[in-house]
Design a protein around this ligand. Structure first.
Ligand code: OOG
Length: 256
C-alpha cells in the first residue's frame, strides 16, 4: 500500500475542490513550509497536465500594494498557468466553473525568448514579444478567500481563468498607463500600471529570479501575467467586465 505524502495529499484536496467547485478549509498553521507549498503547487499542475492540459506560462501575485493590503499578505508569489485557464476575449464566461470568482485588471506579456536565468530590466524588455491588457479571474479554493501565504501558494495563487486582449508590440508608456476596470460601463477599480512594482517590466525581472531559484526555465512563447494593478472585485452573474490598460482593453461577459 502506498502512503501519499502530505504534499500529494494537499494537491489532491485542492485539485478536487477546483473540479467540484467546493471550497475547503485552509490548512492548519505550520501544515507546510513555503517550500512545500510550492511543491504542492507543482503537484497540482502535474495532475492537470496528466489530464491533458498544457503549460502556458506563469503569473505573479501580490505585485501591487492594493492587492497585498486587500488580502493581508506581503510577499510576492507566483503560480503556473495552463491552456485550460484561458477564456476568450469578448466571450462569455461560465460562472458554474468557479467557486467564488473575482476579477482583477492586469498586464500580460508574451515572451519571444526563453527565460533561463536572472535578467536585468533591459534584458527583460528584450525578452518580450508583445504586451496586452488582461483580466485575471482568481478563485480561491479556500472558503471565504481566507488563506495564509503558504495556503495561497499551494492553491496555485488562486489561478483560475484569464482573458487576454489585443497584443501590442509597443512597450513605451507601459510604466504609467491608466488602468480601469468597468462592470457594465461603470468604473469599479481605477489605477495605474505603475502600481505593479513601479513598472510592469519589473515583474519579468522578478519572474526570472523566481524561475532561477526554482531551477526552472520558461520557453519562448509563454505568457507572464504581471499581477493585478488594483484590488480584485467579486464577479457577479450577468455583468460585462472590461479592463482597459492605456488605450487597449480586454473584456468578458459572464453567464451562469
Ligand atoms: C491571490 C492571487 C493574487 C495578484 O494579481 O495579485 C493575484 C489572491 O488574491 O487570491 O493574482
Amino acid at each position: 500500500m502506498s502512503v501519499r505524502s502530505h504534499v500529494e495529499e494537499a494537491a489532491a484536496l485542492l485539485d478536487d475542490a477546483a473540479r467540484s467547485q467546493r471550497g475547503i478549509e485552509q490548512f492548519a498553521p505550520g501544515h507546510f513550509t513555503l517550500d512545500e507549498a510550492y511543491r504542492v503547487q507543482r503537484a497540482l499542475i502535474r495532475r492537470r497536465i496528466e489530464r491533458g492540459e498544457r503549460p502556458k506560462g506563469i503569473k505573479l501575485g501580490f505585485t501591487s500594494r492594493a492587492k497585498m493590503i486587500q488580502m493581508g499578505v506581503d510577499s510576492l508569489i507566483w503560480g503556473l498557468l495552463t491552456d485550460a485557464m484561458i477564456e476568450e476575449d469578448g466571450g462569455a464566461v461560465d460562472l458554474g466553473r468557479y467557486i467564488h470568482p473575482r476579477v482583477e485588471p492586469e498586464v500580460c506579456f508574451l515572451t519571444r525568448k526563453a527565460i533561463d536565468g536572472p535578467l536585468t530590466a533591459l534584458e527583460a524588455a528584450d525578452c518580450i514579444e508583445a504586451v496586452a491588457p488582461a483580466v485575471e479571474i482568481i478563485d480561491s479554493r479556500y472558503r471565504e478567500f481566507r488563506f495564509s501565504l503558504e495556503d495561497v501558494v499551494a492553491d496555485n495563487c488562486s489561478s483560475a481563468g484569464l482573458v487576454v486582449g489585443m497584443w501590442s508590440r509597443k512597450l513605451d508608456g507601459l510604466g504609467n498607463a491608466g488602468v480601469r476596470m468597468q462592470f457594465d460601463g461603470r468604473d469599479v477599480q481605477v489605477g495605474s500600471t505603475g502600481a505593479i512594482l513601479g513598472h510592469p517590466l519589473r515583474s519579468i525581472v522578478q519572474a526570472s529570479k523566481l524561475l532561477h531559484g526554482a531551477q526552472m526555465a520558461l520557453p519562448a512563447g509563454s505568457l507572464i501575467m504581471a499581477g493585478a494593478a488594483t484590488a480584485a472585485e467579486a464577479l457577479p452573474a450577468g455583468v460585462h467586465v472590461r479592463c482597459q490598460v492605456g488605450s487597449g482593453a480586454a473584456s468578458l461577459g459572464c453567464v451562469e
